[in-house]
Design a protein around this ligand. Structure first.
Ligand SMILES: [Zn+2]
Length: 175
């Protein structure tokens, strides 16, 4: 990334080119003109290099600005989206494994979407991940899973096995 010194060097080169051009207008001696022509060529190359460096730095800065703008847009979108959910207890204190919470869709805020809940871990990461439920054949155990972070919450108690028989989005309305 060019700093003030790089720009100063570029302007010095451009000034030298201007001075050399002025010299050619007044020059009469061929040998001196040849020496000055080489000097002029060198100064032009230095100025071109400086301009190229500045152009590359400007492109990098523009890319950075675009990335930051996209990040801000994502944060604003998530800030709006997360208002639709409310922290809801899905397993009471005293249950095997202790209490558990998810973020459930608040139908008072969003009435167009079907009932569902999202993962509390991913919520904290600023990501929306809809929880899916699975039922275990033995013991009528219902577990909700996040396929993004692999969070698993057993809603119904003790887990007797791992044989899954169905999957559907978790439905829990905030009270
Ligand atoms: Zn998750």
């Amino acid at each position: 990334m060019p700093d003030a010194a790089d720009y100063a060097a570029m302007f010095t080169s451009l000034k030298a080119i201007t001075d050399l051009a002025k010299f050619f207008i007044d020059a009469r001696d061929t040998s001196v003109v040849r020496v000055k022509a080489i000097e002029l060529q060198r100064e032009i190359m230095t100025a071109q290099q400086g301009a190229l460096t500045a152009q590359l730095a400007q492109s990098a800065l523009l890319k950075q600005v675009n990335e930051l703008e996209a990040q801000v847009a994502n944060l604003k979108a998530w800030d709006t989206e997360k208002q639709k959910y409310q922290l809801t207890q899905v397993r009471p204190q005293g249950a095997p494994g202790g209490s558990a919470f998810v973020y459930a869709l608040n139908k008072n805020v969003s009435s167009t979407e079907p009932d569902h809940s999202i993962c509390p871990n991913c919520y904290e990461d600023g990501k929306k991940s809809v929880l899916q439920s699975v039922s275990l054949q033995i013991g009528h155990v219902v577990i909700v899973c996040c396929h993004r972070c692999n969070l698993k919450i057993n809603l119904t108690g003790i887990e007797y096995g791992t044989q899954l028989i169905q999957g559907a989005p978790l439905r829990h309305r905030p009270k």
